[in-house]
Design a protein around this ligand. Structure first.
Ligand code: NMX
Ligand code: MLT
Length: 434
């Protein structure tokens, strides 16, 4: 069965569950909300549905019910490599089924046919000022391709609501394979003397990305690991929520993903991976050749906090323990670059920062998140231009959010529209007399 046929079967099985919940249990209470939640960024308000991943505050992420090690273990691997095909992972996120090698290779071939970047996107990128941030270029490149949306074409022809997911899937299948090509083009144009490497028809999503970036093995496995780890973090994070929100207006995959990427580009979200490297480099500069010690790291962390800034890569809105994505990357570092000096400093921060943040007393979670550990791996393999790191996050995140918006259409989730209150109304709820 093809991906589309499998997905159709899954959608048809799933639809009655959503319909039943709505029809028979629509008025059942999920929770009560507090003033703190209303003012405080909707933290903890349960108002989104996704079956693609779930984030437990203490365990961390599960993709379709599987932990990170289970996910890596169960999926078909690229021959001679340690990490699975991204294409097989995409099948898994979309359908909830672990694909066979044959099914995985079907997606590999489909993606190869669709990965070339249109010339007009190249022209747009080249017209942008050279100091434009790579995330701006990435988002603009995605948005520029919106003219290709099949969803828009079919919508304008008057398709039925139950069919919405089909052109959404086609848009997703057209857009996702172009993202590594787009990213590699931006990278080589900005940082590698504008010399570009043509795609290799024999390579998969991760392998061809490494090739077009110009990085030798095992960077292909680094890319596969990175994209899978960053793919999805349930639906409330800024990039996933934005993508879902924009898609809820029946905006197509191009509009929705571009918007999500703009959210990912914020320093409290995906840009934190570049902030971590920037913090590390400033710290090393300050050291001026001195050996880093726990005392010096501690002082630098306090300097950052006392300057009113956040420690990038630490804290989380949901997690209350070390992010398992941090641990997966740490394990990679322990296996591949255990003695690398930058990794040693990162470990020192890992030993010291939770204590400093606890003493500081503000953050609810003093433990590292995914971004604290990702840059060092890129740096080690030669990708030292840290303002590109969030683009890597963006390619990974697209796998999750594009799967989610396909399901949004399949389950006919409505336009998102929470209700606002005024401050005076909240004061009235609180019983405050003016
Ligand atoms: N360094 C210093 N202060 C922090 C940190 C940190 N790493 N994390 C949280 N705080 C502060 C936070 O600014 C807030 O201060 P105030 O009361 O003055 O507004 C207070 O602690 C309470 O915040 P929390 O409720 O613990 O965290 P919240 O859910 O609001 O924010 C983050 C979550 C992730 C935005 C926050 O922890 C942070 O800014 N971390 C650093 C940036 C970062 O690593 N972001 C990447 C997150 C993962 N990702 O890829 O998206
Ligand atoms: C993410 O991967 O989106 C981040 O960890 C942020 C979040 O989940 O809120």
């Amino acid at each position: 069965m093809s991906l589309k046929e499998t997905l159709l079967r899954k959608i048809e099985e799933h639809r009655p569950r959503t319909t039943r919940l709505l029809k028979e249990y629509g008025s059942t209470k999920v929770q009560e909300t507090t003033i703190e939640q209303v003012i405080g960024g909707a933290r903890g308000i349960r108002s989104l549905v996704t079956d693609i991943s779930y984030l437990d505050p203490f365990e961390g992420i599960r993709f379709r019910g599987k932990t990170i090690p289970e996910t890596f273990e169960c999926l078909p691997k690229v021959p001679g490599c340690d990490y699975p095909y991204v294409e097989g992972f995409f099948w898994f996120l979309m359908t909830g089924d672990v694909p066979t090698l044959e099914e995985t290779l079907e997606v590999v071939e489909e993606f190869k046919k669709r990965r070339a970047l249109p010339q007009y996107v190249v022209d747009i990128l080249r017209a942008m000022p050279t100091d434009t941030h790579p995330m701006t270029m990435f988002s603009a490149g995605i948005l520029a391709m919106q003219r290709e949306s099949l969803f828009v074409k079919r919508y304008n022809e008057g398709m039925k609501k139950t069919e919405y997911w089909e052109p959404m899937l086609e848009d997703v299948l057209n857009l996702l394979p172009k993202l590594p090509t787009l990213a590699a083009y931006i990278y080589r144009m900005k940082y590698k003397a504008d010399i570009h490497i043509p795609a290799d028809p024999n390579l998969d999503f991760g392998g061809n990305f490494a090739h077009q970036m110009g990085f030798a093995k095992p960077y292909d496995d680094v890319a596969r690991m990175y994209f899978i780890l960053h793919s999805d973090h349930e639906s409330g994070n800024v990039s996933a929520h934005t993508t879902h929100l924009v898609a809820s207006a029946l905006s197509d995959a191009y509009y929705s993903l571009s918007a999500g990427m703009n959210g990912l580009a914020g320093p409290l979200h995906g840009l934190a991976n570049q902030e971590v490297l920037s913090w590390m480099m400033k710290f090393q500069e300050k050291l001026g050749g001195q050996e880093p010690t726990q005392e010096l790291v501690k002082q630098a962390l306090w300097d950052t906090l006392n300057a009113g800034q956040v420690i990038p890569g630490y804290g989380h809105a949901v997690l209350r323990k070390t992010d398992p994505r941090y641990m997966a990357q740490r394990e990679f570092c322990l296996n591949n670059l255990p003695d690398y000096p930058l990794f040693k400093v990162i470990n020192m921060v890992f030993e010291v920062a939770p204590g400093v943040l606890t003493e500081h007393g503000k953050t609810k979670n003093p433990w590292p998140n995914v971004d604290a550990q990702s840059g060092v791996i890129q740096w080690y393999y030669g990708l030292t231009e840290w303002d590109f790191y969030t683009v890597l996050f963006g390619i990974g995140r697209a796998i999750g959010v594009l799967s989610n918006i396909t399901w949004d259409r399949a389950l006919a989730y409505p336009i998102e529209r929470p209700k606002s209150l005024t401050t005076a109304m909240l004061e009235e709820v609180a019983g405050i007399k003016s």
